[in-house]
Design a protein around this ligand. Structure first.
Ligand SMILES: Cc1cc2nc3c(=O)[nH]c(=O)nc-3n(C[C@H](O)[C@H](O)[C@H](O)COP(=O)(O)OP(=O)(O)OC[C@H]3O[C@@H](n4cnc5c(N)ncnc54)[C@H](O)[C@@H]3O)c2cc1C
Length: 474
């Protein structure tokens, strides 16, 4: 990227159609009038960081700045034309949680915006430093600090692979983990919502977080322990209300899981079987359903476990509940295609936004919507009338009203106006869309996020551009 492009990304680029504010949707906007940061300020910050956490942890070269400024927003055809959106001026990779806090304090003393980054797998652009400034890469602060009965404490940069291993050594497993198992606990809490285990344990704000050590963006940046339920404000808040230094998250007793691959001739039987499996004992760890058109995109082709012309229902179930699950499948007109002890990893890699990644690789003309609501399964024909040639992916999830499906609906992308118009129409058939094509926070807990931001980020330096002002309707 040339310096002039860097400058353009700082001062606000032309936003393309994604900047249009349509009712309820499409709020991803590039900031305009981003104040320029003085080179002398950045030099002073970089020097101070080198003193605090070591010169080798501080980067200012273009490659490091760019790679610390991207995430998986390119999966969205709405966001992709707006990227890179913003580029870090300085990148620091502290070795531990204390170093994360030191870096936050230094940025505050120099009044430089701070965006924190785990592994950069967030897919809404929530990790992009729209205002430049400092990116704190937490991936080296990755120690597991303790494993107790029911709880694991780790530094923000610990990966799920590491945490599952540590939990397994104590006969336990994580209550919830995303399909991106290489991502970090800090990034998942700040940028994700649920995944494997959510069919039994709900979303990350449903009791998963016993305690968070949150660094306020102030001069002394002394971390504060925030217990549950107060810490729910920090979940899926994109790091705008404090930087997570460590997290204590829920474990469950380990079980012997296996992978169950089943298929059906039609959606209705698979949905009915899946809904009965919501109550299987013990609850599956993951339960995913795909219409045939999605299965056909899964590569490499595994026609035994995933016949491409049938609806696929897959479960991570305990070894001793396989027979009961198979009986449910057969009773609803399905068949068991494979039971694989090593299947859970494969099934995980076909869940949540891994499906989006795989579908778009083969069918780039499609885009994804995150949806919920009875219309998805009960009014599928009407959904198809609004979104012709659409394809449905479902995940079992413990919601506020019990176990239900959450969905990824794939539909043809014919520009933003067309996409947002179809999103509006889906509400008429009882499908609620949670727009995945914006980096602005828009969930129902924004008042709590704003209150936490006022406490932990009084000067508005944390990940600016992601928390809409209070007067913007959400
Ligand atoms: C293929 C694919 C599959 C996915 N599957 C799932 C899934 O199953 N479930 C799910 O919920 N999400 C999923 N995601 C989204 C994302 O991968 C997860 O939320 C992931 O856990 C984010 O972790 P990360 O380390 O990559 O965070 P990043 O992308 O680096 O950061 C995410 C957000 O958190 C902020 N942040 C990071 N660390 C901190 C910190 N220490 N303190 C404060 N703020 C911080 C960042 O600023 C950013 O806003 C998926 C994405 C892709 C591309």
């Amino acid at each position: 990227m040339s310096d002039s492009t860097l400058a353009a990304s700082r001062s606000g680029l032309d936003g393309g159609a994604g900047q249009r504010a349509l009712p309820g949707f499409g709020r991803a906007r590039l900031p305009v009038d981003v104040p320029a940061l003085e080179p002398a300020t950045l030099d002073a910050l970089a020097g101070e960081l080198a003193t605090l956490v070591g010169a080798q942890a501080v980067r200012r070269d273009q490659a490091s700045r760019l790679s610390a400024s991207t995430d998986w927003a390119h999966m969205s055809p709405v966001l992709e034309p707006l990227l890179p959106g913003g580029v870090a001026d300085v990148v620091v990779r502290p070795p531990d949680a204390a170093g994360i806090a030191s870096a936050v304090g230094a940025a505050h003393r120099h009044r430089v915006p701070v965006t924190v980054r785990g592994q950069g797998t967030g897919n809404y652009g929530q990790g992009i430093p729209l205002y430049g400034g400092l990116v704190i890469d937490t991936s080296a602060a990755a120690r597991i600090l303790s494993v107790e009965d029911g709880w694991l404490t780790a530094e923000a940069g610990a990966s799920f692979v590491l945490m599952e291993k540590a939990a397994a050594a104590a006969g336990q497993e994580l209550a919830i983990l995303p399909s991106t198992v290489g991502s970090t606990i800090g990034g998942f809490i700040a940028g994700g919502s649920g995944g494997t285990g959510s069919i039994a344990n709900g979303a990350i704000w449903d009791g998963y977080l016993r305690s968070l050590l949150v660094v306020p963006c102030t001069d002394d940046a002394t971390p504060v322990a925030v217990p549950y339920p107060e810490n729910s404000a920090h979940a899926h808040a994109f790091g705008v209300c404090g930087v997570l230094a460590t997290a204590t998250v829920a474990l469950r007793p380990a079980r012997r899981w296996t992978g169950l691959f089943t298929s059906f001739p039609a959606l209705s039987g698979a949905v009915a079987a899946g809904e009965e499996l919501f109550d299987l004992e013990p609850t599956p760890r993951l339960l995913s359903l795909d219409e045939a058109g999605i299965v056909a995109t899964y590569r490499p082709l595994d026609a035994t476990a995933l016949p491409p012309d049938r609806v696929s229902l897959r479960g991570i179930v305990t070894e001793d509940s396989v027979d009961a699950a198979a009986e449910v499948v057969r009773r609803h007109g399905g068949r068991v295609d494979a039971v694989r002890p090593r299947g859970p990893a494969h099934i995980t890699s076909l869940s949540y936004n891994h499906t989006t990644y795989r579908v778009r690789k083969l069918r780039p003309e499609l885009t994804h919507l995150q949806c919920m609501g009875p219309g998805l399964t009960r009014r599928r024909d009407e959904v198809a009338a609004i979104a012709p040639e659409s394809l449905l992916h479902l995940e079992g999830f413990l919601t506020a009203h019990g176990r239900d499906w959450v969905s990824m609906l794939f539909l043809r992308y014919d520009g933003n106006d067309d996409l947002y118009a179809r999103m509006e129409r889906l509400a008429d058939v009882e499908v609620h869309v949670d727009d995945p094509h914006t980096w602005e926070l828009h969930h129902g807990r924004l008042d709590a996020v704003r209150a936490a931001a006022a406490r932990f980020d009084p000067d508005g330096l944390l990940n600016p551009g992601k928390l809409p002002p209070a007067d913007v309707p959400t």
